[in-house]
Design a protein around this ligand. Structure first.
Ligand SMILES: *Cc1c(COP(=O)(O)O)cnc(C)c1O
Length: 392
């Protein structure tokens, strides 16, 4: 069986071509040049409508969206922000960038926030960022109940979770603000880019101005004149805008999303069932209210020593399927002990234990069943090789 290219993205829909040609002809790349209907503005309107949210602001990355979300909340100086101990380094970085203090919360074997630790640390923080890491949704019922009772705002980092549902409701719509990424490894690919959504006029007005809507450029954002007038000249400008070319790449992909989500979930569940036949592999189940939108699969190695886990990853890579073991690869950006830019970096024993054996394999949504079978064969073969070596 031949292995698929696990890093190849889907082609950008043809519909992007005419618009990009027009932009190249006119040179109209800055979002605030056209009097109306700039591609970035159209993207914001379409994304907000798709998500059923009142406002959307497209920016240069999801990291920028997280940074602006934190600043838009207007937290006190030295505010403490609770984040998961398992997420991408961009998340603690956005907190540090905003001059706030990241507080790390333990994460369980199923890659979701440990609610007991969350509850214990919540009284010490001013805001919360929930990363739905690799699309794994933490218990948003428990989290929202606790945060609403404490009056603590929740930002959803849904960078890698576009299309995921919780009780049938769109992820990114549950907290006060939802942030998404258009980086190439996420569900929608513009190379780079991000977007934030909220129903709160003051939050979006503050974010719009700080994203770089200098002078009266905010007038090109519909329905927020009153709030923007209130914040005029009161906020710094960070220039984190998206450009029209990126928006032109994103817009024709929005209608592809339902198919990508359905294919990704089908492929994920197909591979999960096959991997779960091995007693050395556990693919954690989704939480009951969750409908996932995966473009990768995560699983834990069960009953294997570090050496065997590393031998497994090497054997799989040698046979053509790259397995990232979050806690075993050098300088991994999702291993909290590598976030050494955080002062007084805490130890999280439970999260460390999980990361030691948690594996990650990309499953681009366009893979065929034949591709998936080939990937599964390599992984299971590598498990056999590693477990035979451990037994010997
Ligand atoms: C990719 C990712 C980010 C960062 O997104 P960028 O658009 O690259 O800044 C943040 N959080 C998570 C969970 C991600 O997967």
């Amino acid at each position: 069986m031949t292995l698929p290219d696990m890093h190849r993205a889907e082609p950008i829909p043809d519909a992007a071509r005419d618009e990009i040609e027009r932009l190249l002809q006119t040179g109209d790349l800055f979002r605030y040049t056209a009097a109306s209907d700039a591609p970035v503005s159209l993207l914001e309107a379409e994304f907000a409508q798709m998500m059923g949210s009142r406002y959307a602001l497209a920016v240069s990355s999801c990291s920028a969206a997280l940074f602006l979300s934190l600043l838009a909340l207007g937290l006190p100086k030295n505010a403490r922000v609770l984040i998961p101990g398992f997420t991408f380094a961009a998340v603690p970085s956005s907190v540090v960038h905003a001059n706030y203090i990241p507080v790390l919360c333990e994460v369980g074997d199923n890659y979701r926030i440990d609610i007991k630790d969350f509850k214990a640390k919540l009284p010490t923080v001013d805001a919360v960022i929930i990363s739905h890491m690799r699309g794994h949704t933490s218990d948003m019922d428990a989290i929202m109940t606790l945060c609403d009772a404490a009056g603590i705002p929740v930002i959803e980092d849904a960078a890698h979770s576009l299309g995921t549902l919780w009780h049938g409701k769109k992820i990114g719509k549950i907290g006060k603000i939802g942030c998404f990424s258009f980086q190439s490894y996420k569900m929608i690919n513009a190379g780079e880019g991000g977007i934030m959504i909220t129903d709160d006029a003051d939050l979006i007005a503050r974010a719009i101005i700080m994203s770089g809507a200098y002078e009266h450029n905010w007038k090109k954002h519909p329905g927020i004149a009153e709030a923007c007038t209130r914040w005029q000249n009161k906020l710094p400008l960070y220039n984190l805008r998206l450009n029209n070319l990126s928006a032109a790449l994103v817009r024709p992909q929005l209608s592809e999303l339902p198919r990508r989500v359905a294919d990704g979930l089908r492929n994920h569940d197909y591979v999960a069932a096959k991997l779960n036949t091995s007693r050395y592999i556990d693919v954690p189940a989704p939480l009951a209210p969750e409908t996932r939108a995966p473009d990768s699969i995560q699983f834990n190695m069960v009953g294997l020593e570090d050496d065997a886990i590393r031998a497994f990853a090497s054997a799989s890579a040698a046979a053509g399927v790259k397995v990232q073991v979050f806690g075993q690869s050098t300088d991994n950006a999702r291993a909290f002990w590598n976030w050494q830019f955080i002062e007084d970096l805490p130890e999280l024993p439970q999260t460390r234990r999980m990361l030691r054996s948690a594996c990650d394999v990309r499953l681009p949504v366009h893979l065929t069943q034949g591709d998936l079978d080939a990937v599964v064969d390599v992984i299971l073969g590598a498990v056999h090789a590693a477990t035979d070596a451990q037994a010997a």
